[in-house]
Design a protein around this ligand. Structure first.
Ligand code: NAP
Length: 271
């Protein structure tokens, strides 16, 4: 049997075990995926230990994604993003970042084209970094607004190297949204336990806007409810979770996992 796992702290809330185990079962693979609580100080031992034990691969979550760069050989894109969420052991210890691809696939899977679109990205944390790099590389013009403005400015400067990006003032969201095709919330605003929080309300949106909230707990965030009120198209965070997981699965096993099985497992657990 092959073992896989997610490392994080905390990690008991992770939906990755239920999602990947459902995929392994559906494909009849003799594999198991578990969650392991690991502190940043123990990350090096944990990754090397998993490698020595013959694990098939790992995912990393908060607060380990940046720290992992000190330990693994990063892919080109993971190096640019500055964070790793997937570790593969086939050719040494190699780190990838599948969050940006997951977001791109969630948008495209929802029928949204990226090239040439004006994207307003809220947040400048780990997930925002991956999304900004991916969408700018795919031809979108990305405007980054973050509560801590300096982080938005720094991220925009980095992303400018791969495509069109600029930072904007968090206080001007209404006018920024009027000039945007796609609004993405990649902040923790609206995430459990602060489920009544939203940075944008329906009066700030327009009906041709696409609103993508990467928060998946709860699935139907207040931001998405407000977007529906405004007649905007909505995409929830579950599909990004599923697609980033599917990309990791493919890296580890070479197989394309059953997306609908993974999505069903995640939605059932979230309910
Ligand atoms: P992170 O690195 O800790 O970054 C958090 C970001 O949220 C920062 O930009 C922070 O702004 C901002 N923020 C936090 N609370 C806020 C508030 N009340 N108002 C405004 N801004 C706020 O976290 P992350 O890894 O990027 O994750 C962000 C969210 O995305 C989480 O809800 C996470 O669950 C979700 N996520 C979803 C997926 C998926 O697959 N669907 C994948 C990854 C993450 P400051 O810089 O000012 O602190």
């Amino acid at each position: 049997m092959k073992l896989f796992g997610v490392l994080g702290d905390p990690v008991s809330h992770s939906l990755s075990p239920v999602m990947h185990n459902a995929a392994f079962k559906a494909l009849g693979m003799d594999c198991e995926y578990h969650a392991f609580r690991v502190s940043p100080d123990s990350l090096c031992d944990a990754i090397r230990g998993a490698y020595a034990l013959g694990f098939g691969g790992l995912n990393l979550t908060i607060p380990l994604k940046e720290k992992a760069l000190e330990i693994v050989e990063p892919s080109e894109i993971a190096k640019k993003i500055g964070a790793i969420n997937t570790v593969d052991f086939k050719n040494g210890i190699v780190g990838y970042n599948t969050d940006g691809l997951g977001a791109k696939m969630a948008l495209e899977g929802g029928g949204v084209k990226i090239r040439g679109k004006n994207v307003l990205l809220l947040g400048a944390g780990g997930a925002a970094r991956a999304i900004a790099h991916q969408l700018a590389a795919d031809g979108a013009s990305v405007t980054i607004a973050n509560r801590t403005h300096g982080r938005a400015v720094a991220l925009a400067k980095e992303v400018e190297r791969v495509g069109k990006a600029k930072a904007a003032d968090f206080c001007e969201l209404k006018s920024l949204i009027q000039n945007s095709d796609i609004l993405i919330n990649s902040t923790a605003s609206g995430m459990s336990p602060k489920i009544s929080e939203t940075l944008v309300t329906s009066d700030m949106m327009h009906s041709s806007l696409v609103v993508f909230d990467i928060v998946y707990n709860p699935v139907n965030t207040v931001l998405l409810k407000e977007a529906k009120k405004a007649g905007a198209k909505t995409i929830d965070g579950v599909m990004m979770l599923v697609y980033q997981g599917a990309c990791a699965f493919k890296i580890w096993t070479g197989k394309t996992p059953p997306l609908e099985v993974m999505e069903k497992a995640v939605r059932e657990r979230l309910e």
